[in-house]
Design a protein around this ligand. Sequence first.
Ligand SMILES: [Zn+2]
Length: 145
Amino acid sequence: MSGCLPCELEHAEASAIAYRDERWACEVAPGYDVPGWFVLRLRRHAEGWDGLTVEDAAEFGPVSQRLATALTAATGAPSVYFLSFGENHRHFHFLVIARPADLDPALAGASILTLRSDHRDAALARGVAADLREALARDRATASA
Ligand SMILES: [Zn+2]
């Protein structure tokens, strides 16, 4: 236990992993396992925007774009949120949330975080991770066609 949640995701079970490359990872995180919610993180421990190398920053955009596009394809969500506060968990990461079409408008934006307490469902969240992996694989197949 490093005490750093994003670092501990390096040990996530395969079913919780939606995406990984050498530098970036996107997983369902314990405690944040609401279906359609993921943590996009730098795989090595680095804090804040200042902690990124030029290469980290250059890859962040394309990786984020691919994830957002694939998550939209996988869920039909009209919007994908990228939320980062960097205070409770200083390790560079974003909470990536597929905002459901039928979300109560009062819960749009940062208020969606209030769903965390009673909408967690690890099995369903991992099901969305599988859908996201498939959407990313389709995207890769299309890109190389
Ligand atoms: Zn860390």
